[in-house]
Every structure is written in C-alpha cells, then in structure tokens.
Design a protein around this ligand. Structure first.
Ligand code: GRF
Length: 211
C-alpha cells in the first residue's frame, strides 16, 4: 500500500521556504502533505502562513537554551512529530542546532536548507560570509542533517552568480529564489527515486554493473 509522504516542518521566522513547499503541493508539483509545522518562536510569521494553508501549526516552548533543543523540550518536539507520523522532518529557517537524540529519532529523515554552497560558509550569515570572502558564485544546499552542523550528505545544490555591486540583501534574494525551487526538488528526489548513501555521497539511480 503506498501512502502519501508526510512532512513535518520546523520554522523560526518568516517561513518563505515552508510556504514555497506548501504552494508547490497545492499546485500539484509535489506529491506530499505537510501534517505539522512547529516553531520555537510564538511570533513566527510562518505559523500564521501555515494556518492559512490549513496546516496544524504549533508553537512548542524550546526550553531555556538559546541555540539548541534539549531535555523535555526536545522530547516534546520529537513526540509531536512521531504522533503525526511524519516521514521527513524539514528544517526551514529553524534557528536551533538539532542534537543527537533528535537525529536518532529520525535517522537520515531530517533535511535542512542552507543559503550557501556547502561546505563553504556553514553557520550563520552565510550570504554575507560569501560576499565578504569575494566568491564569484554562491548558492544553496539541501542536505541530510547529521550531528555536525551543516555537514550532512548533500542531496541537491544550486548555484547563483555574485556580482560586484551585490549587497547582502540582493544576494540573499537571488539565493532565496533558488532555495524555494530546490527544497521541493530535494523532497521529490528522495521520495520518488531510489538512492543510496555511500560515505558522504547521496547517489541516485540503480547501481551500475561493472562500472
Ligand atoms: C533561508 O535563507 C534558509 O536557507 C536559512 O534560513 C532562511 C529561512 O528563510 N536556513 P525562510 O524562513 O524560509 O523565509
């Protein structure tokens, strides 16, 4: 019996990546259902946006630490996602590092989008890191989440040019347009195509015989 892919999305802020996914589902471009949106920020515009799409969207208190979920807070997030029977957890601008217990609850089932071509410019303010470094191309990456931050196996990337007169805002917008496209592509890739992970490589398609 084949059942539709159930997605849970974690957000902290504006939620444009989440909205792009919801829109693509609505437009029939992605065969999946967002069954829960969770936020560590009760004022996140993303929560309102999700509710407009009829999605169960909730704030869950993230605990006392600023950058991680731990203890009962972490368990509450895991429990809610399990109750909703999600197949994949998508981090979409979720501003906390996901730790071991969470990763072990959803092994190779958590995805993140990062606004740079990893492994370049991990961490915060990736777009300004790229601009200040002087690279001529940057982009975005969707990867599986592992315990090392922004370092899990890469599913898809997209490249954009960096122009001499770019500001952080202009470059971020150029990258964001690609983020909105490739997050859906990544979900399609892993849910509609066979793949295997060899070391750090996510390899799609059948194994070739004799090279
Ligand atoms: C995006 O740039 C994403 O790559 C990064 O945080 C930002 C979230 O934006 N992880 P939004 O909330 O999806 O609009």
């Amino acid at each position: 019996m084949s059942s539709i892919t159930k997605l849970g999305i974690l957000v902290s802020g504006r939620g444009s990546n989440m909205e792009a996914i919801l829109k693509n589902i609505e437009d029939g471009k992605l065969d999946a259902k967002v069954v829960i949106v969770l936020s560590d920020n009760s004022d996140a515009p993303a929560l309102k946006k999700a509710k407009k799409y009829g999605v169960d969207a909730r704030y869950i208190h993230p605990g006392e630490k600023k950058t991680v979920l731990i203890g009962t807070a972490e368990q509450e997030y895991i429990k809610t996602l399990k109750e909703k029977e999600v197949d994949y957890v998508l981090l979409a601008g979720f501003m906390r590092v996901i730790k071991k217990a969470f990763i072990q609850a959803f092994p190779m089932k958590i995805l993140n989008i990062h606004p740079a071509l990893l492994p370049s410019f991990p961490g915060l303010k990736a777009q300004s890191q790229a601009l200040n470094y002087g690279v001529k191309f940057s982009g975005c990456t969707v990867h599986f989440v592992t315990e090392d931050v922004d370092a899990g196996p890469i599913i898809i990337q997209s490249c954009v040019p960096v122009y001499d007169d770019d500001t952080e805002e202009i470059l971020s917008f150029r990258i964001l347009k690609e983020e909105h496209r490739i997050y859906t592509e990544a979900i399609k890739l892993i849910t509609e195509h066979p793949f295997r992970i060899e070391g750090r490589r996510v390899i799609f398609g059948e194994r070739r015989q004799n090279g």
